[in-house]
Ligand binder design. Structure first.
Ligand code: ASP
Ligand code: MG
Length: 394
């Protein structure tokens, strides 16, 4: 009898019908497991609507009331889910973050969890109650105000609660049935990964695979929480993320289809540009790649983060100019994720792609990923060539 956390994302609770479906999934699990804690997201689309409202009044991420507004969607879902559970004969109660409590710092918009007190939840479990915890929210220890954990932060709530109550497994339910070698919408040869190690999952999440929030993977890795990614729409084994997963040379690829470019000129030498700018952007959870070109540096990043990145870079004291750069051919990024990787492997990819008349260049390389930049018009061909070359086709 394992102790389980079951987290349901926005599409899994998008309608009252889907919430009833969640109650059925929990009820079925309850026949096998005594202790279950549910964590929920806001109903699909709700949080985005709140962002629009806040922005329309001229406030943005970082404003303390941004968190108050954004976090409210989860409270509605938690209450509705607790009612739906009661209707299928399961004793339940909802928890806002401050009722657990889940304490954070007061970094509004991207608060960091400092402590999760498991005692209230444990008491409920002893009494056969299924607690339904609001994902995404915390409460600042210092100011006693509601905080949020960054977009997609319900995953982090689930992992943090799982760690605090010493759960055997943290299940993350969404509308996809696991982590795939590459987005199956982009390549029909993609297949579901049965088991993946934390560091590889971290690269998949940070480089664009959207199944799990990046910080949640980091937290799980640190606390050794075993996570299962599964679908609430179909019954399937999903993907297990664990410390005992076999580490493979190549395990998958994450794709960022639309890159923006920001061209920077530096005041002095550009020697240390990458560290300064990369750290600056990383602090705001923006991933980027650099290409040096005739004394200037092009920063390539997901289109969605371009405007925040440009304003951050412009405020940096080491630059003399930063502006958008438009290339005739739109660019995309493919991150090949695995273990023991290095730039030589990246050069092999370039050579292989060249054989197929695809021009590419290498961006960031770490032990666990190689970022390649290609023209978007050749993205699908690149995926197909590399998926085969890396032995990922089944
Ligand atoms: N509702 C929040 C968001 O849309 C948190 C989450 O869904 O994980 O970002
Ligand atoms: Mg999510």
């Amino acid at each position: 009898m394992a102790r389980l956390v079951q987290k349901f994302g926005g599409t899994s609770v998008a309608t009252l019908g889907r919430i009833k479906n969640v109650a059925e999934i929990v009820a079925e699990s309850k026949t096998k497991h005594k202790d279950i804690i549910v964590v929920v997201s806001a109903m699909a689309g709700v949080t985005n609507k709140f962002v629009d409202c806040v922005n329309s009044l001229g406030a943005d991420e970082g404003h303390p009331e941004y968190d108050t507004v954004l976090s409210s969607g989860e409270l509605v879902t938690a209450g509705l889910t607790a009612i739906a559970l009661e209707k299928v004969g399961i004793k339940s109660r909802s928890y806002a973050s401050w009722q657990v409590p889940i304490f954070t710092n007061n970094n509004y918009g991207h608060a960091v969890i400092q402590n999760v007190d498991p005692s209230n939840i444990n008491k409920d479990l002893e009494n056969g109650i299924v607690p339904v915890v609001c994902g995404f929210q915390g409460v600042s220890q210092e100011e006693k105000k509601i905080t949020t954990l960054g977009r997609g932060g319900s995953d982090l709530t689930a992992v943090a609660v799982a760690s605090a109550i010493k759960a055997d497994l943290c299940e993350i339910y969404s509308d996809v049935d696991g982590v795939y070698t590459v987005d199956p919408n982009l390549y029909t040869g993609a297949h579901r990964i049965d088991e993946i190690y934390y560091s590889e999952m971290l690269e998949m999440a940070s480089q664009g695979a959207k199944v799990l929030q990046e910080q949640s993977v980091l937290y799980a890795m640190e606390k050794k929480v075993v996570v299962r990614v599964a679908s609430s729409f179909i019954k399937a084994p999903g993907t297990i993320i664990s410390p005992t997963a076999p580490q493979k040379r190549f395990c998958g690829m994450a794709v960022t289809p639309a890159l923006s470019q920001i061209q920077i000129s530096f005041k002095d030498s550009i020697q240390k540009y990458d560290n300064v700018i990369q750290n600056l952007l990383a602090k705001h959870f923006v991933q980027c790649d650099f290409v040096e070109n005739r004394g200037k540096v092009n920063v390539m990043l997901d289109k969605r983060y371009a405007s925040i990145a440009l304003s951050l870079i412009r405020n940096s004291s080491c630059i003399s100019d930063a502006r958008y750069k438009f290339s005739r051919k739109p660019l995309s990024k493919i991150s090949v994720v695995g273990a023991d990787l290095n730039t030589n492997v990246g050069q092999n990819f370039i050579a292989e792609l060249k054989k197929h008349k695809i021009d590419s260049f290498v961006g960031t390389v770490t032990l666990h990923k190689i970022n390649l930049i290609v023209a978007t018009e050749q993205l699908l061909d690149t995926i197909s060539v590399l998926h085969k070359y890396c032995g990922l086709d089944k």
